[in-house]
Ligand binder design. Structure first.
Ligand SMILES: O=C(O)CCC(=O)C(=O)O
Length: 265
């Protein structure tokens, strides 16, 4: 394993369960990432490969999320399954990690935020995950960066409501810390830390790649995860479903999902 992390990082992680590493990617790497995200974004939705989700914004229908693109993009596959992100996550886990899932959240101007939640209720099959947020654009309080509630992650599931999120009355009593990021920064966080984000109130996109890993000793569940999710989405995409509009196993997305949209306008 490599040594991206110093003792101070491990201490921060233990205290907070999130860790920001500024400028983890060079300017050249950021330029490549921005091009790769544009490439994924420009692809037509498929029924059996990558998945796109759309939302209504003041500027029309825009992508809210893409997922399951790693097997279909050589550059991203190499970067996320064989490079320094995997190494830093493995170092934090204290054992080799394996990719569990990946997504891009675009959050175009007016794009929706996310209700207070923990990721763990949506991430089945495995007990613990670490997600690496890769900032492709600046994420600011105005454009809807993440906020975390530190010191809560050892409590297990917290006040899950019927949507799998943290009950509003409990979330409103928690302390929240906004964590802005610049292109090239990464932000690592565990699957039990409460987090949330707001609507993008700026006039710029706020694109972020989220890459989630689990300990390899718990198995490689990626294919099973997406098979299961594809089935769930075919259910959610029926307008009559009580979960219509969800873009995850939990109902945390606060944007206005556009169902069965074929391509962005
Ligand atoms: O991208 C965001 O603003 C938050 C995303 C998030 O928390 C999630 O996708 O679970």
């Amino acid at each position: 394993m490599s040594n991206y992390l110093e003792q101070v990082h491990h201490r921060d992680w233990k205290d907070n369960n999130y860790l920001k590493i500024p400028s983890f990617f060079s300017d050249e790497e950021v330029t490549a990432l921005q091009g790769w995200v544009k490439d994924i974004e420009g692809r037509k939705p498929t029924h059996d490969k990558w998945m796109h989700h759309f939302e209504a914004t003041p500027d029309g229908t825009r992508l809210s999320r893409s997922e399951n693109f790693v097997p279909y993009h050589a550059g991203l596959e190499k970067l996320l399954t064989d490079g320094k992100v995997l190494k830093v996550v493995s170092e934090l886990m204290g054992e080799p990690a394996v990719l569990y899932k990946e997504k891009i959240n675009y959050k175009y101007p007016g794009g929706g935020g996310y209700a207070p939640h923990q990721d763990a209720p949506a991430y089945e099959f495995v007990t613990f995950h670490i997600t690496c947020l890769i900032s492709v654009d600046p994420a600011t309080p105005e454009s809807g960066c993440l906020s975390f509630s530190p010191g809560q992650y050892e409590k297990g599931f917290i006040a899950l409501d019927e949507q799998g999120c943290i009950a509003e009355e409990v979330a409103s009593e928690m302390e929240w810390v906004e964590v802005p990021t610049e292109p090239g920064d990464i932000l690592l966080f565990g699957s039990y830390i409460p987090h949330k984000s707001g609507t993008n109130r700026s006039n710029q996109p706020r694109r972020i790649i989220y890459v989630t890993y689990n300990a390899l000793s718990e198995g490689d569940w990626r294919e099973q995860y997406y098979e299961d999710k594809r089935q769930a989405f075919s259910e959610y995409s029926k307008g009559s479903s009580t979960q219509a509009g969800q873009i995850s196993k939990i109902g945390h997305f606060r944007g206005r999902t556009v169902l069965n949209h074929e391509q962005s306008d």
